[in-house]
Design a protein around this ligand. Sequence first.
Ligand SMILES: NC(=O)C1=CN([C@@H]2O[C@H](COP(=O)(O)OP(=O)(O)OC[C@H]3O[C@@H](n4cnc5c(N)ncnc54)[C@H](OP(=O)(O)O)[C@@H]3O)[C@@H](O)[C@H]2O)C=CC1
Ligand SMILES: O=C(CO)COP(=O)(O)O
Length: 349
Amino acid sequence: MEEKQKASAVVGAGSWGTALAMVLADNGLEVRLWSHNEEQVKEINQFHTNKKYLPGIELPELIVGYASLSDALANIKHVILAVPTKAIREVIRKIQAVVTSPITITHVSKGIEPDTLMRISEIIKEEMPKELLDAVVVLSGPSHAEEVSLRHPTTVAVTSENMEAAEEIQDLFINHNFRVYTNSDVIGVEIGGALKNIIALAVGITDGLGYGDNAKAALMTRGLAEIARLGTKMGANPLTFSGLAGIGDLIVTCTSVHSRNWRAGNLLGKGKTLEEVLDSMGMVVEGVRTTKAAYQLAEKYEVKMPITRVLYDVLFNGKNAKDGVEVLMGRSKTHEMEDLVNILDERHI
Ligand SMILES: NC(=O)C1=CN([C@@H]2O[C@H](COP(=O)(O)OP(=O)(O)OC[C@H]3O[C@@H](n4cnc5c(N)ncnc54)[C@H](OP(=O)(O)O)[C@@H]3O)[C@@H](O)[C@H]2O)C=CC1
Ligand SMILES: O=C(CO)COP(=O)(O)O
């Protein structure tokens, strides 16, 4: 047991997995960083770099790259899962095939699975045999890997149905540069983290079209309103959307040059096609698939999500982005808070 606590495994060596491995190593833990790319594992172990995902960053020696998942997970209690949402099922199936004792999985991904409309913690629970899963923890918040790897001040939230497990993960990650709060609202944290990517895409588009800060503030504020409506209808605590996984992450993703979602939107606004944009990014743009999932969730829960709907038409139905803005600005007049208040009433909150 003692040996199990000393090492952690990070599954997925993209920008976020690598930056989080650095936080754990800074806290004195041995970190096994698994990648499905053997060349990348060699680079991590020989040169202590991960140039594709974190150029210019030297990785601590406590981070050891692993190409074998069973070696990486041997005698490990804490597994940090850092792959894009669309890879979660496949990777969890691989994990459950190699672990022999119960693990706590902390996922750090921000997405919803289209069609099943499942949150990532739900996918993990569906795929992992109960006897091999101690707890699922979610770590989310305003945190670009590029800045975390420079040890710039960052705050995130952790949540779980098992708050003792969330507190354990808080202790594992917290340090002077990386401040970790707890939050007991799993639905709100996962919905906030996933859906802010949709709004960042939309803000990127209006920036690309040449609209200014008024449009940006409008999308961020009304975007948060529709995220809060859907999340609250799904059972989240509305206060979560004014926290780190809500407005916090929305701010950073809509305003940072590091945001892949914002950058993708910006290229769309400048006239590139979705295919051209995704081909040029080289990293995951979660907001595209999440727009589809949120569009479906809005239908299922009968929640008004005008920005998501318009973005869905821009991404998947060939709607011109400028026309999309016209649609949003031409909607019939409404009260700013009424729909959320109605949802709160329905839930007797
Ligand atoms: N980057 C950031 O600042 C933050 C990201 N996140 C979230 O973290 C999640 C991961 O994103 P991020 O690290 O940024 O993404 P990146 O695109 O930087 O890296 C993704 C990593 O996952 C690997 N991968 C992709 N598919 C598979 C698969 N099927 N099996 C195994 N490995 C796979 C990629 O490998 P390969 O190199 O072969 O493609 C790559 O190593 C996303 O949900 C994102 O929203 C959350 C907070 C901050
Ligand atoms: O979630 C993030 C920052 O908190 C990362 O956002 P992007 O995926 O848009 O880069």
